[in-house]
Design a protein around this ligand. Structure first.
Ligand SMILES: [Zn+2]
Length: 393
């Protein structure tokens, strides 16, 4: 891997600068850096926009049907119908999880994504096959994209005996986090579900990421139960609640109490600007209160629906659109969420446009970073750890 100097880029939060990369790390950021002799590649950025690598903090790479022909979707409206439909389809179509996760990872890389947190379904029908497929993809592509894996009981955990044992096996074999799911409506025993999730978190010393679709007061009750367990275990800063639709469906006084709970326990919230007319977390209010916010694309072209794409600039657009953001400072907030904020939530210490951090960079044509959220031009170049992984020069 050659060292390189990228001249004349409009870097997020830095303005027009040159960037020097040495041994895969950002070595220098400054105006008119002098040329160095030796085996250094010089790239003329021609004033292009430069972002740190995009971060998807909530993906389901194992679910994707990309490359398998168009899937005519006729799934029913309820959550349970979607879960059952997917489990049935996987068996019928004999999904190759290594192939599918590779396909979706390659699309992610082309859109400038350098870090992904992906859930992986674990159930008593497919066992660990989705986990094993994604773990192999993670290893194959480790120089091109960083993937965190969450062991996730999509079909229920206590309701399907044998699932906990499979999740523990995944955690023993390289899963990075333990995931939970709607403790009241799926397992129908919220305390027992969460006790089991936090037991595994402690046993394997892993962070927690819980899908919470439960609405209104029911979801708010689950948030309180999660916060209690976070505090009891001393897991502050190690828990994320994904979706948290309930935060948009409770009265003001209750919302403020939950925000205080999230802050006290340093619990992060993932919101992806979901389709539909249901309630969503108030992203700007939470962000400005200091709650750690992150986002992701959820499933890409899967049995749940075809609308998502593995492009974090599109996700930024959707998050802005769903929250009625119009001002530049609001869209800049969303850009922070698809980059630095999501990376912090994932604890990627080497991330960021700073000297000494990993050279994970995306170059795009355009006038301003905010405009790129609307125009979403093709990625001109993507660099991961100092290696050019997409080159459209
Ligand atoms: Zn999800």
């Amino acid at each position: 891997m050659k060292d390189m100097t990228i001249k004349n880029v409009n870097a997020l939060y830095h303005g027009f600068v040159d960037i020097r990369i040495r041994d895969g790390l950002i070595d220098e950021i400054g105006q008119s850096l002098s040329d160095v002799t030796g085996d250094t590649e010089v790239i003329d950025g021609s004033g292009r926009l430069l972002f740190p690598g995009f971060v998807d903090a909530h993906a389901h790479m194992d679910k994707s049907l990309l490359g398998l022909g168009w899937n005519r979707n006729e799934v029913g409206p309820s959550l349970q119908e979607k879960i059952d439909n997917e489990r049935r389809m996987r068996v019928e179509r004999n999904i190759d999880f290594h192939q599918q996760t590779t396909r979706v990872a390659e699309r992610y890389i082309n859109y400038g994504t350098t870090h992904i947190r992906s859930f992986v379904d674990i159930d008593t029908d497919i066992g660990l096959s989705a986990f094993e497929g994604l773990a192999k993809t993670r290893e194959d592509l480790r120089d091109d994209v960083m993937i965190q894996i969450v062991a996730f009981p999509q079909s229920g955990m206590l309701a399907r005996p044998g699932t906990v044992e499979l999740m523990e096996s995944a955690l023993q074999n390289g899963a990075d986090l333990v995931g939970g799911l709607d403790p009241s409506t799926i397992d129908r025993d919220p305390a027992a579900h969460l006790n089991e999730i936090f037991r595994m978190a402690e046993k394997y010393d892993v962070d927690v990421d819980i899908h919470l679709h439960e609405p209104g007061e029911l979801g708010a009750f689950s948030v309180e139960l999660i916060a209690e367990r976070t505090r009891a275990l001393g897991w502050q800063g190690r828990v994320t609640i994904s979706h948290a639709f309930c935060l948009g469906g409770i009265d003001e006084a209750h919302l403020q109490r939950l925000i205080d709970l999230l802050l006290e326990n340093d619990i992060a919230i993932m919101s992806h600007g979901p389709s539909g007319t249901g309630t969503i977390p108030p992203v700007e209010r939470l962000y400005k209160a200091g709650v750690r916010m992150c986002t992701g694309n959820d499933g890409i072209r899967d049995a749940w629906g075809p609308l998502n794409m593995p492009d974090m600039l599109l996700r930024a657009f959707i998050l802005a659109y769903r929250n009625n953001f119009r001002r530049d400072d609001q869209i800049e907030m969303v850009l922070d969420i698809v980059t630095n904020a999501s990376a912090r939530m994932m604890k990627v210490d080497a991330y960021g446009l700073e000297v000494g951090k990993s050279a994970d960079l995306v170059l795009i044509d355009g006038e301003t970073h905010v405009e790129a959220v609307i125009e979403r031009p093709p990625r001109w170049m993507v660099i991961k750890g100092g290696k050019i992984v997409v080159d459209n020069r």
